[in-house]
Design a protein around this ligand. Sequence first.
Ligand code: ATR
Length: 295
Amino acid sequence: MRALGFASYFPLGEIAAQTACHLRLTMHHKNMTDKYAVIGNPVSHSKSPLIHALFAQQTGQDISYEAIEAPLDGFAATIDRLRKEGYKGCNVTVPFKFEAFNCAAELSERAQTAQAVNTLSCEGERLIGDNTDGAGLVRDIEQNRGVTLQGRRVLLMGAGGASYGVVLPLLTAGATITIANRTASKAVELAAKFSGVTGGSYEDLAGMQFDVVINATSAGLADSAVPLPDGIFAPGALAYDMMYGRETPFMAFARAQGAMVADGLGMLVEQAAEAFYIWRGVRPETAPVIAALRG
Ligand code: ATR
């Protein structure tokens, strides 16, 4: 028997119905929950699963998001497993941001400049690395704190991984940047990667004033003060600590000097929102999520 052609077999109306049915099935398949995760070590303390769950609820996106602890020597193997299991992307936190940078086949400019990746997207076989930390910081300062960075004098304290991640986005926002570090040579090295950025020691800051002072050191973790001179804050200056959860010696010093003080919780939520946007193409409202986390 001669096989009947598709068109001659189905009346037009039925073809439309069949196509619609096929589309529905395809869409149903596509609507299966997309899997995401944050990978770190340790990672159980991470607020990212809660933040992304709140984003998903708010935007109606069908995703799951969990915290996965990778062995210290097993980041690449963990990523490989997640890819095979169909995960669409993951966030990367301490201590794997540099390894994630090395794993990614493609990198955004901001990830390249940061030499670190906090957001990986799995697109078929391709693993794409981005870094949303700096964008999160800029957004928190400008949108949530209402401080414009264009033309402002910004002091960035520290020249470790946290600082590398934020220089380019701060520059792009129009800030004039000075980097100070305990080990001055590292500040000089980081500053030299950009034109118009200066780097040096804390002693070099004598007599200078800044509109925004950002603490990107890990000094707060050890509760040690950072050696800032009195009078470093210009009138109405913002003192921003990338840490959150408690008052650091830097925040206490800034408060005593009359500066506005911000912790890093907003940055955490904003970097997550930027990752969510990369993955889902939808920008969640961050204010209610920040408020929920502050409880
Ligand atoms: P991260 O990835 O969090 O930036 P890091 O790469 O270890 O961590 O960098 C830590 C940063 O905090 C460095 O700039 C470090 O200064 P040094 O380069 O001189 O080590 C800075 N830091 C840590 N403890 C400090 C302290 N007590 N006072 C001033 N700076 C400190």
